[in-house]
Design a protein around this ligand. Structure first.
Ligand SMILES: C[S@@+](CC[C@H](N)C(=O)[O-])C[C@H]1O[C@@H](n2cnc3c(N)ncnc32)[C@H](O)[C@@H]1O
Length: 245
């Protein structure tokens, strides 16, 4: 009897660990290749699971981005961890935006879905398979960089954030245009099950204050994510994180 109690307890324990690591944390503690593999497996179901509502996407994401890009309507922006192309689709729906979007992701099958859904916009979208921790772009390349619902899955979320900010152009000092970062903060009970991968509001503000950023705004958005806006100013990232390339 005792034997079976031990075996069943052990199986429950292993099941809980697997649920935590593979379902809640989506492989985040087990390395970027596994995270990408799990997303490849769910790629065809991803849009159905997320059930993006175009009106809500426009209100929270597409329109605010287009508004911030109104002085640079022809800009090329970078969307890191683009997945199935949510940000490119949100932005290309905005009539005032006439620029291009580069969507980058590690998971090839997520990019395949994005390629299919963005087939009508091939002249305005490029999809790149690469790792968010080592973006294949020079520092200061983009007037806007986005990264939605992904930082917590990176091997080092603070390093990932630094990498986003590295490739971001600082705002022009005179008109304070450009230099916009849009990302997300994981919140809710699942965030508490991802120690070292998520930040509470105080931790996030402290980390963001280490970077050359101004106009930092954390907006309450969904049950499991807040939106984070910030604008890069001239400054040196390497001082604090030694991430200069
Ligand atoms: C929850 S999805 C978010 C996708 C999209 N940004 C959205 O909001 O729908 C997380 C994405 O991050 C990507 N990802 C995870 N780790 C990555 C890494 N190290 N480099 C690049 N992409 C990564 C996954 O492949 C997946 O497409």
């Amino acid at each position: 009897m005792l034997f079976w109690i031990i075996v069943i307890s052990l199986l429950i324990f292993i099941g809980l660990i697997l649920y935590w690591q593979l379902i809640v944390a989506e492989g985040a503690y087990l390395g970027a290749p596994l995270v990408a593999l799990l997303y490849d497996w769910t790629a065809e179901r991803y849009n159905k699971i997320k059930d993006f509502e175009p009106e809500a996407e426009d209100f929270w994401v597409g329109e605010p981005l287009a508004q911030r890009l109104r002085h640079q309507p022809q800009a090329t922006i970078l969307d890191v961890a683009t997945g199935t192309g949510r940000i490119p689709l949100d932005l290309l729906r905005q009539p005032s935006f006439r620029g291009r979007v580069i969507g980058l992701d590690r998971a090839s099958k997520m990019l395949d879905v994005a390629r299919r859904d963005l087939a009508a916009h091939t002249d305005r979208v490029s999809l790149v398979q690469a790792d968010a921790m080592a973006l294949p772009f020079a520092s200061g390349s983009f007037p806007t960089v986005t990264c939605m619902e992904a930082l917590e899955f990176l091997p080092n979320p603070t390093g990932g954030l630094a990498e986003l900010i590295r490739v971001l152009q600082p705002a022009s000092p005179k008109q304070s245009q450009g230099g916009w970062l849009l990302t997300t903060q994981r919140i809710g009970w699942e965030a508490r099950l991802m120690p070292g991968k998520t930040w509470n509001q105080d931790q996030l503000l402290k980390i963001l204050s280490c970077f050359p950023l101004q106009r930092i705004e954390i907006q309450i958005w969904q049950d499991i994510y807040n939106l984070v806006w910030a604008q890069k100013v001239e400054g040196c990232l390497a001082d604090k994180f030694n991430l200069d390339k």
